[in-house]
Structure formats: C-alpha cells, structure tokens
Design a protein around this ligand. Structure first.
Ligand code: KIV
Length: 279
C-alpha cells in the first residue's frame, strides 16, 4: 500500500502534550509529524494553537532573525533567549532547540554543559545536534543526563565551509551509505528522532524504513515520517530563498509591505488617526 493511504486510514488521535514518546507512537501508527521553526513568543503561540506537533527553535534564527549569511554566528545565549520566548507561548507542541555551532563539537563535556544550559535556562524539551559518528560521544553524554536528542544528517548548515555549497547531499553511493550508517548509529545510541535535510527522496525513504525512530525531512521527499520547514520561508516573509522543496503557503512579505505602504500614506494624508481613533 502507498504510505499516504496508510496515513489517511489512521484516525488522528489528539494528544494533550506532544512528547518524544508521542512522536514514536505517531511513526508506529503511520501518522505524519508536522514540524516548523519558531523563534519568538507571538508566532510560536500562533503555530502551537494551529496544532503543530513540534517547534524547532532552529539556529536558522541566525539567518532569518539576525540577517547573518550562515548559521555559524548565533551564540548559545541568543539561542536560549529565542527558546525561552517560544516556551512561554506554547501549550501543546514539543519544543526542540538547536545547539549552535561551537557549543558542542569541541568536546563532550562542553556539549553536555551547553545542552544543560538550554534545558535549564529556557525550559525546552529537547536539543538537536548536527552530525553522526563524529559527535557520537557528545550525544551519548547529553543523553546520559536525561536530555532527549534529535539528530540532523544530510545537509548540515553548520558545516557549510567544509562543503562549500548548499546543494543536495548524499547523491553518491559512498556518502549515501555513510548517511544510512550514521542514522543507525543515532538510533542505537538513543536519539528520539532525526532530521534529514536535502537528500534524495529514495534514500530518505530507505532511512525511514530501516530505522525505528521518526525521520523528519526537509527537502527529503514524502517517504519519511514527517516534514519541517522554516516558518519565515513557508509564510513568504523571506522571499530571497526559493529552493525546490519549499512550498509557500502565504505571501506575507508582500501583504506586510502593502499594509505598511497604506499606513504611510494614511499618516501623510492626515487620514490616520480619524476622530474615532483619538481621545
Ligand atoms: O535551523 C533550522 O531551521 C533547521 C531546519 C532547517 C531543520 O535546522
């Protein structure tokens, strides 16, 4: 049977709060997981009320919130600030926070300290780290402190200077085999889910089939257990970024520019405020 048919035949069970166990149960039942990024109180509250399963406080905040070209400059303190704003807004979603570049690659003790700071100072529910075999010790140490870890393989933006481009990863056999091996390592050591970014759909579907933990794709096709997009991209707030995998659900950027243009003209023409809009 086609995977979509399985999903459609499963009746959606409503969970009061989404936990890592709920996600594993969703994979088991064939119900797809919907994940989006958020970095602030207002938008996090809206997407939580809309019923999103997982909110990722991604280090993409470095791009969309701070205007940096890469995710490398964002700091642990800045991630904690974004994460605590998100946490104050949510009732239902599981909130996962990216460990930023430089806060975990050096050694496992530093990785643990960074993860503990995120959990303690923001109230987040889990952390995400980019990489496989090479950061295994860090992940094991974080897990041993009782902190749930989401993995991230494929295109890993924190390594952009190693690869030099944001193009599709694991198109060659050797890299595809290494990715599958890394996914199995992450599953074995105890990660609760893995993000697969920008890899061939066929490979992503194979990973989702061969590992028992949920696989969340971005640019990885629909044979996986869930999808994630950057909120600002799917709302059309950020129009300079148009990869093939991105579906825009709104053109909020254009709507905001039109609304602000109208406000400017109302102020200049003395139309705003009118008699009812003053004391
Ligand atoms: O930082 C981020 O937004 C991410 C997603 C692209 C998965 O890691």
């Amino acid at each position: 049977m086609h995977p979509n048919l399985i999903t459609m035949s499963v009746s959606k069970k409503e969970f009061k709060k989404v936990t890592t166990h709920v996600l594993q149960e969703m994979k088991r039942r064939g119900e797809k997981i919907a994940m989006l990024t958020a970095y602030d109180y207002t938008l996090a509250g809206l997407i939580d009320k809309a019923g999103i399963d997982v909110i990722l406080v991604g280090d993409s905040a470095s791009n969309v919130m701070a205007g940096h070209e890469t995710t490398l400059p964002i700091t642990l303190d800045q991630m904690i600030y974004h994460a605590s704003s998100v946490i104050r807004a949510i009732d239902r979603a599981l909130v996962v926070v990216d460990l930023p570049f430089g806060s975990y690659q050096g050694n496992s003790k530093e990785a643990l300290n960074s993860a503990i700071r995120i959990m303690k100072e923001s109230g987040a529910h889990a952390v995400k780290l980019e990489g496989g075999q090479e950061i295994k010790e860090s992940i094991i140490r974080i897990l041993s402190a009782g902190i749930p870890v989401m993995g991230h393989l494929g295109l890993t933006p924190q390594s952009i200077y190693k690869y030099g481009t944001y193009s599709v990863r694991a198109t060659e056999k050797e890299e595809a085999e290494r990715l599958l091996e890394d996914a199995k390592i992450l599953e074995t050591i105890g990660c609760f889910a893995i993000v697969l970014e920008k890899i061939p759909a066929k490979l992503a579907a194979q990973v989702a089939k061969e590992v028992s933990i949920p696989i969340i794709g971005i640019g990885a096709g629909n044979g996986v257990d869930g999808q994630v997009l950057v909120l600002h991209d799917m709302l059309g707030l950020n129009t300079d970024f148009s990869p093939r995998f991105l579906r825009r659900y709104l053109n909020l950027g254009d709507q905001i520019k039109t609304a602000v243009g109208q406000y400017i003209s109302d102020v200049k023409s003395l139309d705003f405020p009118n008699e009812k809009e003053q004391y």
